[in-house]
Write a protein that binds this ligand. Structure first.
Ligand code: HEC
Ligand code: HEC
Length: 228
């Protein structure tokens, strides 16, 4: 009883500390993620990154997705960040060695909220984002797939369903849940404007082609969100 009482006093007199998101980022995240930029300028730098760049997080991610993901991280790049590091020889060619994929640190809710708030302030690429004007409209999944697969060959690197598509780029059936639409448009317009050493090729889509591609990613994103 006495011990309980002491504990109660300890807790009630503890000052309520606001969680310092920037302190967490610098202490626990900066070892793997660039928070200040610039993007890698040489291939060597690009391949030595241990996590995706976060210095333009406020231009890229959806805040609500980030807060949820940090509490329950799941793989986004099926073969890891640097393609080739998690492959093994399989019967039909290379396979992903999922056992070697690292687990991401998990944050408690208050920390996830605080870290997200800090990351969403990082917006050095407002210039690129402001060039993208997305119009509402629709696209059939079939037309989108045709463009994604046959016209532009995006499927070679990206999955549009779990286990379907290439694995050198991030999965895209969750892209619309994770990413701001203007970011997707801008990256498709010019991957190298965001990351000079990106191995995603510029496929020279027209303005209309970009609009349609973002709508298609939205269609498959909604489908995969409903499937969960
Ligand atoms: C050991 C290295 C490492 C540490 C430490 C680390 N991360 Fe990561 N982080 C990664 C890798 C690798 C990915 C990519 C995961 C994937 O694609 O499946 C990632 C992905 C992310 C993503 C999703 C972004 C995207 O586009 O994939 C966010 C947000 C993130 N990390 C935030 C954080 C925060 C906040 C911390 C600190 C609390 C942190 N990370 C600590 C390596 C790390
Ligand atoms: C040669 C492989 C390759 C091809 C082909 C390719 N991409 Fe990518 N893509 C990548 C890589 C790698 C990334 C990760 C970002 C980076 O490295 O700059 C990426 C990133 C993306 C992202 C952002 C995803 C995220 O989670 O950050 C979108 C959206 C995207 N690609 C769409 C497309 C579309 C649409 C096409 C076809 C027009 C395409 N990609 C063709 C490799 C490719």
């Amino acid at each position: 009883m006495k011990r309980l009482f002491i504990l109660a006093v300890l807790f009630s007199s503890a000052p309520v500390l606001a969680v310092d998101g920037m302190a967490i980022l610098q202490r626990d995240c900066a070892v793997c993620h660039s928070l200040t930029g610039p993007a890698a300028q040489t291939l060597k730098d690009a391949w030595s990154r241990k996590g995706p760049d976060l210095f333009y997080a406020g231009n890229k991610y959806r805040a609500e997705w980030m807060t949820a993901w940090l509490q329950k991280p799941q793989a986004i790049r099926p073969a890891g960040l640097n393609y080739g590091e998690h492959l093994k020889a399989g019967v039909k060619g290379d396979e992903v060695d999922t056992a070697t994929l690292p687990l991401h640190p998990v944050l408690a809710k208050a920390d996830a909220v605080a870290v997200t708030a800090e990351l969403m302030k990082l917006k050095p690429h407002d210039d690129l984002i402001s060039k993208e004007k997305l119009e509402s409209g629709s696209i059939s999944k079939q037309m989108g797939e045709m463009a994604f697969d046959k016209f532009y060959g995006c499927l070679a690197c990206h999955q549009i369903e779990p286990e379907f598509g290439g694995f050198s780029g991030p999965e895209l059936y969750t892209a619309a849940q994770r990413l701001q639409p203007e970011f997707m448009a801008s990256l498709i317009r010019s991957p190298q404007a965001w990351n000079p050493k990106s191995w995603m090729p510029n496929k020279q889509l027209t303005d209309m082609g970009i609009q349609k591609m973002v709508r298609y990613l939205d269609v498959i994103g909604k489908e995969s969100a409903n499937a969960k």
